[in-house]
Ligand binder design. Sequence first.
Ligand SMILES: *[C@@H]1O[C@H](CO)[C@@H](O)[C@H](O)[C@H]1NC(C)=O
Ligand SMILES: *[C@@H]1O[C@H](CO)[C@@H](O)[C@H](O)[C@H]1NC(C)=O
Ligand SMILES: *[C@@H]1O[C@H](CO)[C@@H](O)[C@H](O)[C@H]1NC(C)=O
Ligand SMILES: *[C@@H]1O[C@H](CO)[C@@H](O)[C@H](O)[C@H]1NC(C)=O
Ligand SMILES: *[C@@H]1O[C@H](CO)[C@@H](O)[C@H](O)[C@H]1NC(C)=O
Length: 323
Amino acid sequence: MCIISFLHVFFFPLYDMSTTRGNLRTYMDFEQSLCMNNIRKRKTWKHGRCPRYGIVTIMQGGRLGNQMWEYASVWALARRTGLEPYVPQCIRVKLDQLFEQLTVPTFEEIGHCPVEINYFVKSLEAWNYTNQSIILPKYSIQIDLVLTWVQDIVQEFTINKKLLKKSQQVLHLAIKDFQMKNYTFVGVHVRRTDYIGYLKRKHNTQPAEPIFYKTAMKIFEKKYQNVVFIVVSDDPLWCWKKFGYKSNVYVASKQQKNSPALDLAILASCNHSVYDYGTFGEWGAILAGGETIYYNLSHHSSARIGQLMKNWQTIEEYQRNHI
Ligand SMILES: *[C@@H]1O[C@H](CO)[C@@H](O)[C@H](O)[C@H]1NC(C)=O
Ligand SMILES: *[C@@H]1O[C@H](CO)[C@@H](O)[C@H](O)[C@H]1NC(C)=O
Ligand SMILES: *[C@@H]1O[C@H](CO)[C@@H](O)[C@H](O)[C@H]1NC(C)=O
Ligand SMILES: *[C@@H]1O[C@H](CO)[C@@H](O)[C@H](O)[C@H]1NC(C)=O
Ligand SMILES: *[C@@H]1O[C@H](CO)[C@@H](O)[C@H](O)[C@H]1NC(C)=O
């Protein structure tokens, strides 16, 4: 199988092993070295069994969407290799705020175990023996592997009840007579602000024009009845200016800013998705699990996801199939 790992944002040189080698004797020290900030010192460590073979882990980088990919990449690589997966506490703490069924442990139970840093490789391709460990660089996205088990990763990222309830309340706000009609909710992810500069630098491209979102909305309006669009964006005011004239558009965070966790839960609670770019909206669409109309941006991870997922289409693809 062809394994593609896309690196978002920047590629930072992996973990300088030569300088830290002398200091890292146990996984206790090692875990801290994987995190962006100082992690909470544990008062007690559970002394579990030490790994017999290698482990899979990753360095923390980026925000929620990136860290979901980092977690999922470790999870999938462990399935593929049979190695034991571990994520640093900093990633687990972040994701535990949203999800209630995470299975990949932190280093808490193996903190006392010696780290065999000489047996670390940085990718599946470089991995030859079961006694070697894999430490993935930050921003890793193991798309092909993760999507091999897409239903299982969606299960892994089961949103907790509190957030689900809140997100349902937002959907209720978007319509008045919730019980009366059979509504179809389409989450629309609009990434602006700092990503505009990133698109220019990294992809030498402009952000999606309003016509992209409007055309995608039309596709869903044609296909379903009683469609309601729930717009989630880092720039709600821009969205309100562009799409607020439509009576079936609700812009989240317009009055009061939602947490990223709630915004993700809202996208995940929708039936279908319109997605532009960025890892956050990507997960919103994957977790929603319905049909996704996505922006055609080559060299972005979404292009590969679009190839792998039957329910993901660009506007061009949709139109080709519906002449
Ligand atoms: C793994 O095997 C490949 C090809 O056999 C070799 O080039 C590479 O150096 C090996 N990697 C390690 C870490 O032993
Ligand atoms: C790891 O496996 C290789 C290949 O089987 C072997 O040569 C090496 O001695 C092993 N190292 C350890 C620490 O077990
Ligand atoms: C509600 O709408 C969905 C999607 O359009 C459809 O699959 C389902 O059969 C509808 N249910 C009812 C009770 O009309
Ligand atoms: C659409 O999403 C709403 C809100 O999450 C949900 O209540 C409803 O069951 C979904 N409809 C279908 C057809 O899945
Ligand atoms: C994306 O756009 C390019 C250039 O217009 C086109 O050749 C390609 O088919 C499009 N890809 C998809 C998946 O729609």
